[in-house]
Ligand binder design. Structure first.
Ligand SMILES: Nc1nc2c(ncn2[C@@H]2O[C@H](COP(=O)(O)OP(=O)(O)OP(=O)(O)O)[C@@H](O)[C@H]2O)c(=O)[nH]1
Ligand SMILES: [Mg+2]
Length: 301
């Protein structure tokens, strides 16, 4: 009998790769790095990502559907419970799980709990030790040893999502772990987010970057108008806060802070849309939105 040679189509790999871990370990930075473009916002504050975000990378040999997730943590408030549930759902649906840990902070009790949970699932799992650009080699070795001890069946790949160090090797390993299968998205699709959603998130990113204390956690953004007028996009967005007292903090003296947020967001939205942008921002109090189911849904959490 002739030996069957596999067809090209039979070699093609595709699948969902969930990027999970504690808040702030660099999941969204890694997604943007592996994809080669920004689809997820990044800030130094934990709990930046609030829902699942797809980043789709199509190569000649594979289609990798990355799923960025909110950080896993002990959720007390309703909004945080939603976020953790989104991450758990992504884990359930994934073909491959990338478990990210932060080398600069070392392993915490939360990391160990996540490792135990993920290790108990019979799933393709790759442990990614991130932020090696900011960590002394001597500090990496004991972390690597502990990860190997906890998850002996799984590879640990040290990377820097920020500089890209060793990310090619990580990509090679990810593709190797994917099952064979057909493309699930066409070649041009790189995210499941609409332009409106990307704009919304970019405004929220600037709010997070330019405000402190409770404000980042109290804010949701909606895009109320998005009109394409040839070379210009006219956009208005509302920044929702939880309490009246948060409004003046966000607006700043003489409107300075909201102006700064608007300028920073506009520049990035213009680059993304490759168009001039007229961006109008409003601030509105939506009492206790982080605790109300209907508003959480409305605000896309
Ligand atoms: N030095 C260094 N910093 C990094 C690296 N990757 C991410 N960061 C920084 O870590 C912070 C958090 O990054 P994010 O990508 O937002 O982390 P995340 O895990 O998505 O966070 P949440 O969405 O809040 O769960 C940001 O300040 C990043 O710039 C890295 O490889 N090296
Ligand atoms: Mg994130």
């Amino acid at each position: 009998m002739p030996i069957e040679t596999q067809t090209q189509a039979g070699d093609f790999r595709s699948g969902f790769v969930a990027i999970v871990g504690r808040p702030n370990v660099g999941k969204s930075t890694l997604l943007n790095r592996l994809l080669g473009q920004k689809v997820a916002i990044v800030t130094p504050k934990p709990q930046t990502t609030r829902g699942r975000i797809l980043g789709i990378l199509t190569r000649p040999d594979a289609q990798v559907i990355f799923v960025d997730t909110p950080g896993l943590h002990k959720a007390r408030s309703r909004i945080n419970q939603h976020m953790v549930r989104a991450a758990e759902a992504a884990i359930e649906e994934a073909d491959v799980i990338l478990f990210l840990v932060d080398a600069t902070t070392g392993l915490s009790a939360a990391d160990r709990a996540i490792a135990a949970d993920l290790g108990a699932r019979s799933r393709q799992l790759c442990v990614v030790l991130n932020k090696i650009d900011k960590t002394a080699r001597a500090k990496l070795l004991p972390i690597l040893a502990e990860l190997n001890g906890m998850l002996p069946q799984h590879d640990v790949v040290p990377v820097s999502a920020r500089t890209g160090a060793n990310c090619d090797e990580l990509m090679r390993q990810i593709v190797g772990m994917l099952p064979t299968g057909p493309k699930l998205y066409d070649d041009e699709t790189f995210t499941d987010q609409t332009e409106r959603m990307l704009v919304q998130e970019l405004v929220r990113e600037k709010v997070l970057l330019l405000t402190r204390q409770e404000i980042p956690y109290a804010v949701a953004v909606t895009v109320d108008k998005f009109e394409d007028k040839g070379k210009v996009a006219v956009i208005s967005a509302t920044i929702h806060v939880e309490r009246e007292s948060q409004k003046p903090i966000l607006i700043g003296q003489g409107g300075r802070r909201i102006k700064e947020i608007g300028q920073a967001a506009r520049l990035e939205i213009e680059a993304m849309l490759d168009r001039r942008v007229f961006l109008e921002l409003f601030v509105r109090v939506q009492a206790d939105w982080t605790q109300r189911e209907s508003l959480l849904r409305e605000f896309g959490v």
